[in-house]
Ligand binder design. Sequence first.
Ligand code: FES
Ligand code: FES
Length: 928
Amino acid sequence: MRGDGGVALHARGRAAARRLRVRLNGTWRGIDAAPSARLSEVLREDLDAEGVKVGCDAGDCGACTVLVDDLPVCACMVPAGRMEGCRVETVEGLARDGRIGRLQAAFLRAGAAQCGICTPGMLMAAEALLRRDPSPDRASVEEALAGVLCRCTGYSKIVEAVQAVAAQPRAPVQADAGAAVGARLDRLDGVPKLRGEERFGADGWPAGTLLVRAVRSPHPHARFAFGDIAAWRAAHPEIRAVLTAADIPGRNLNGVIPNLADQPVFAEDVARFRGEAVAAVVGPREIVGALDLDDFPVSWEPRDPLLDVVAARAAGAPAVHPGRPGNLLIEGRVTRGDPDTALAGAAAIVEGDFSTGFIEHAYIEPEAGFARRVGDRIEVHACTQAPHMDRDDLAAIMGLAPEDVRIVPTGIGGGFGSKLDLSLQPFIALAAWVTGEPAGMVYTRPESMMTTTKRHPSRIHARIGADAEGRLVGMTFEGQFNTGAYASWGPTVANRVPVHASGPYGVPAYDARAAAIHTHCPPSGAFRGFGVPQAAIAQETLFDALADALGLDRLDFRIRNALGVGMPTVTGQSFAQGVGIGACFEALRPHWERLRAEAAVFNAAGRTLRRGVGVAGMWYGCGNTSLPNPSTIRVGLGADGTLTLHQGATDIGQGSNTVITQICADALGLPVAAFRLVGPDTDLTPDAGKTSASRQTFVSGAAAERAGRALRETLLRRLNAGPEARLTLEDGVLRAGEGRLDLREMGAEANAFGYVFMAEETFDPPTTPLDENGQGEPYAAYGWGAHLAVIEVDTELGTVKVRKLVAAHDVGRAINPTLLEGQIEGGSAQGLGLALMEEYLPGRTENLHDYLIPTIGDVPEVESILIEDPDAHGPFGAKGIGEQVLIPTAPAILNALRDATGIAIRDLPATPDRIHAALRGLSPRTAS
Ligand code: FES
Ligand code: FES
């Protein structure tokens, strides 16, 4: 199976190189390149313009956008030969005299770059627009940027930034000591993203790095056998290594949950999903890139695959894994009271069946990285959300001690959960180990989509009842989640869903079960919400039906049942503070009333277009479910006066580099500008856990707060100053009150880390195990939120246009409002995709042409409302936000669809054909 045609194309092109001259960023450059080579590859590999990013090599994502004679083009689709004599401009040309330009500054100020992988392409498309129209309106910006996809931002801040260029640029916010928390500081890691200097997984490889390509199963389920690999290798003498399971020095297994690790690095005898690797080939880039792997000696014996949970659970279905009867990986349950009796006495009951499909993360950066052997250690530079987990898993695969594996995360061009799992790291580590030379890999877009984890497809049945006053009396919920071929995060989904399926409401009698079921599909894993978004779709859309059945306003019904201080959740946990869901709904009330009234007027005109307004709530436990979840942060002062924060939380665009520094700065009492950041590196930063489950602000932030306070205490004691004293650090001299310390004279006191003063603190949120009924305290804190959606439905075509989203979130304390808004806008865009357009079909939608994600034209204005109901454990009261923001968007949109048309789509996505069929009464799985 061929997966990386882009590499091959360039390699073929090199064979017929000829001299080209292009004027790159104002300087004439001559290069030898094949006329047919992609311009993107020539720019990156021959002209050192690695600011040009490659997300698809197919003209779908726009990440590679450059200007050719002032016009934006996708450099991956342009043959280099056509550039002879042309002016080519890349992001590297936007900065002048080492300073970022006005457009880049506007992006930085607005928070328009999150992970930053789309940013160079966005900037170039925007630059082209601004040259011809210095004051564009929103429609012009949307049109000009329509060809560049962003998976992180939701586009609003990008539009804001482009329009801000014409106005007087806003000065950057400066926060004095003690005033960082709450300030709209620019991202501390923003400038390299805007200059195209951030090194992502495919960037900055050592010269001569060998290329690794995987041989993958073309079948979802097959037995296989290798032929004469030695003979094949003899026919390809430049190949440096062929790797199979037999070459793995440690265990041929990996998995994010150690006691359930079940995924082989290389399959042995049987492939359990399409795209599973069985071997890898290593060699010089131009040789391996040009190989036709279809002639690799492997023979396949396809078997019938199980492609959904119904087939997998059917009597007599073959076992995907021996020892997991019924293909059941795991089941989670939360039960409280007697829901059947409660429902029997309800004034109204609603119930329904729901289904959702695979959702692809579709980050713009496919997996990439390189590894090198350093003596008897291995170093892996790749995109990841979980460096310490990677280290431990890789150590087991390589048969090394964990301290002999160093993980150095590169820039991460979006993750959203999927880059928590190992992907190419074992291949490149093994290749570098065996050959002794650096070895790298870049997944092609189809390879990324085919082989990495997805959001779990779900099949859900739920039943909910309320009394005549509109108070919930009981709920049952049963969910089956297609966890694919391997465990990945299936257990997390199965355990988290029953806790959350009630939504943020008081439900006195409750029984919820969730099962993770194996199939011959790609592994399902973590994706913003761990199954909670699927559950919320069922619960929140049934709530509208229930409110209607009782004749109650849909928002009032939610407020009446919303959890509050002292009210038990479905696991029996209650909180003495920090339950902000009621405040979120109340914040929406004026918008609800106004927008509903406007929709009524709009619809009274009797047009084909119908407008609807929908609302939905959510809650989400921050961090692991009833499991240890620690983060450790180190901060130190050196004898040269440098204040260094060892911040090991990977920043995948969400802003942890900035937010955690803001927290530490205020806890310590020095300004953010005084800090030097050391980012994630398992040799240099203590373990701050994985970037997932909305835990970095809450957990790592709390560790940073503790570290900052501990260092402050030490310094004040040494300075003989009181707890309220103002601390200063200038030219290596610390002062507080009357106290003065010249750090430059204290070098002899430095510890093993080189610090004169240091603090290292750990925070592990207090939780308790769930008992056999799922009762306990699974999380120390929840985040809360509610979204309101306004949509217009074309009742002739079945198309939906989302006009507006209003999103209220209780964040505890808004550490950086700009970054929070960015999370809300980006998560909402992903929720919109979940509701209306996204469905990954294995073998069919393995590219960004067939798999649709929201473009700039699909995402409406998002009005964010930040509620601050502080949490007792969170740093300065802050709670998590990353997962929360996606959860209520899809049900709010679906409720708006029902409000507009009377139809309830329960098999997602609600594509125009499904809506069209439902409007004509043709769909069996809809309900009014
Ligand atoms: S990399 Fe060129 S359009 Fe995606
Ligand atoms: S910031 Fe646009 S894809 Fe990440």
